[in-house]
Design a protein around this ligand. Structure first.
Ligand code: M6R
Length: 618
């Protein structure tokens, strides 16, 4: 999890590191730290808690003119979230420092060996072994830092993205990637310097030219350039420099109180970006060349397997309804952390679709690797360009949601649904199981969504604000749905619990009488998704059962449905769209409800406790 950043160049390093850390804080905020090289050696500052604590500490520090350093924001895995465990971590003499994102699996053995050799450890982290291992390797590598790092890492098992700085090599930073993301920033002006970071937003104030490190690659960064080498052989590797078209403002709050709210309001645009260039409303054609599957391969598919975590898993659950209905292929949906631990029956006629906003979720990545080993076709759905999942998959459908900073997934989830809808239409098109006119109708309905959402969003925010005032003190919350809206009940519950800390559960409405109905009393809010679709009457019957037991009902239903007001004073009316698109439409008021409740409760909406934006550990 954690975010790392590094800089060497003509700028003063501390502001560059702090700015980078601010943009990486979504990756973890248990502690933060930085280090720079001064004429008296390495200077380290660290603080427990959020980055602001480190900034406060630095306020009392005299300005430094250093031009080389590393920074880190931590999501604790080994060792409590204290200042002592905050990165950077040093060797015995404090002459070499390491920042790290990932987990060193054999750290315990390595630590014992190093201690037996006289190394003294100051923290409880797995990371600290790296500093000591490199310290040991330096004399054996003729004090050549890249060679020492390579030698040291031969002993290490696990996942890591690291940055290393040593007083003996004051003109370079060494960075290595093995299963944890790392990207280099190449400054456009001469002498502008070189950067490294866990994610692109940290680089955007300085450059749009980036190089994605691949697994088992090492970078040596200097003020006037960089080189990339193979970790195994040390051979030089030519890397492609890519240009990122996000501008820094895209990663800012743009006047909204929270990133989450901004990201909710960006959804109409994000949906358009995701379908743009892929649909032809006039002909009903879908173009998805990025799938990298021939028509023959698509026709031979006999099963689809969707794997993901959290909200991305909810998107997969919705897609099961779409794919089975329109493509007619059996679809399995797995939580990625479970996928690996059952007997997998996969082959080249199974399409495995890992779904991930970040493209770095460890469990989803591991599930995908298994699928690749078993020769399945793998097409990822992902939001982050160049992320690990996209580089391993045979093909990727990018969700063009733009950077999502709020820990709660909003626009990325909605764009995953759009991408899965496009995938459904495309597979149906290639397999010849859906007429062009049917596809045309479905594309037209999708294209109508963004302007409709633009119109609805401000009103929904007001309505959800009022509703939030009624329910802000609730201890629990139930969300009900049926059919393709059942996963949206799960998503509504996840949004509420993760940002407001109210206990919430989502249920298939028909399941209520099999147990959960016992929870209903006068204090229990029950929100039901009640669009007029094929299961409307059945859902209303379930709602009546809740009403009979005095549950506090909230209904989201179709505009014009006069029946709903009979059941409760809390009804939110939504426009009528084709039933397949209801999951997209009905999610958005639920995001706003969670947001408004969390805001009223004074919660940290963008960085909820105990969570991180990308979960790069199992
Ligand atoms: O980056 P990913 O889509 O793989 O992340 C998966 C989950 O960690 C993520 O959806 C998480 O559940 C969010 N906090 C939900 O809002």
């Amino acid at each position: 999890m954690c975010g790392i950043v590094g800089y060497i160049g003509s700028r003063r390093v501390v502001p560059v590191l702090l700015e980078g850390l601010k943009r990486l804080e979504y990756r973890g905020y248990d502690s933060a730290g930085l280090v720079y090289l001064s004429k008296n050696g390495l200077v380290k500052h660290r603080a427990a808690g959020k980055l602001v604590n480190l900034e406060t500490k630095l306020d009392q520090v005299r300005e430094t003119a250093s031009h080389i350093g590393l920074g880190h924001t931590r999501w604790a895995t080994h060792g409590s979230p204290s200042e002592l465990n905050a990165h950077p971590h040093s060797d015995c003499n404090g002459e070499l420092v390491v920042v790290h994102n990932g987990i060193i699996e054999n750290y315990h053995t390595l630590r014992e060996e190093l201690q037996a050799d006289g190394h003294v450890f100051k923290s409880e982290t797995d990371t600290e072994v790296l500093a000591h291992l490199i310290e040991e390797a330096l004399p054996l590598s003729r004090n050549n830092l890249p060679a020492a790092v390579r030698r040291a890492l031969k002993k290490v098992r696990g996942s890591y993205a690291i940055g290393v700085l040593w007083t003996g090599a004051p003109d370079q930073l060494v960075a290595v990637r093995s299963q944890s993301p790392l990207v280099l920033g190449i400054q456009e002006n001469e002498g502008g310097g070189s950067l490294l970071a866990s994610d692109i937003p940290a680089l955007l104030p300085y450059t749009r030219k980036v190089v994605f490190l691949d697994d088992q690659e090492m970078a040596i960064l200097r003020a006037d350039g960089f080189e990339v080498r193979s970790l195994a052989s040390g051979r030089k590797i030519n890397k492609e420099i890519k240009t990122i078209d996000w501008n820094p403002a895209m990663a800012e709050k743009a006047g909204y109180t929270h990133f989450m709210l901004k990201e909710i309001f960006e959804q109409p645009q994000a949906i358009m970006n995701t379908f743009r260039g892929r649909v032809e409303p006039e002909t009903g054609q879908i173009c998805l060349p990025e799938l990298d599957l021939s028509d023959r391969e698509i026709k031979k598919l006999n099963r689809i397997s969707l794997v993901a975590c959290g909200s991305s898993w909810h998107a997969a659950l919705v897609a099961k309804y779409w794919l089975e209905k329109w493509v007619g292929i059996p679809v399995e949906v797995d939580i990625a952390s479970e996928f690996r631990y059952r007997r997998l029956i996969l082959n080249e006629n199974v399409l495995v679709v890992p779904i991930s906003q970040s493209g770095e979720t460890a469990d989803t990545l591991a599930a995908m690797c298994l699928a690749l080993q078993k020769d399945a076709k793998v097409v990822a759905i992902c939001n982050v360009l160049g992320s690990t999942i996209t580089r391993e998959a045979h093909g990727t459908i990018y969700t063009h949601a733009g950077p999502e900073i709020g820990v709660a997934s909003t626009k990325a989830f909605i764009c995953q649904l759009v991408a899965l809808y496009l995938l459904t239409l495309y597979l149906a098109q290639v397999r010849g199981v859906m007429s062009a006119s049917q596809r045309q109708t479905m594309i037209e309905s999708l294209v109508e969504l963004p302007p409709m959402l633009e119109r609805e969003l401000p009103g929904w925010q007001e309505e959800m604000g009022r509703l939030a005032e009624h329910f802000v003190k609730s201890r629990d919350f139930l969300f009900l749905g049926r059919g393709e809206n059942f996963p949206i009940a799960l998503e509504g519950a996840l949004k509420l619990k993760e940002i407001s800390y109210i206990h919430a559960e989502g249920y298939a409405a028909g399941e209520m009488k099999h147990g959960p109905i016992a929870l209903i009393d006068r204090d229990m809010p029950v929100l039901a998704l009640a669009p007029q679709n094929g299961v409307y009457e059945k859902l209303i019957a379930n709602v009546e059962e809740v009403k009979a037991r005095h549950g506090r009902l909230i209904l989201l239903g179709s505009r014009g449905d006069r029946d709903l007001a009979r059941l409760t004073p809390h009804v939110i009316y939504l426009p009528v769209v084709m039933p397949d698109l209801n999951p997209i439409l009905y999610t958005i008021p639920l995001q706003l409800l969670a947001y408004e409740v969390a805001r009223l409760r004074g919660c940290d909406v963008d960085q909820p406790r105990n969570l991180a934006k990308s979960v790069t550990v199992e």
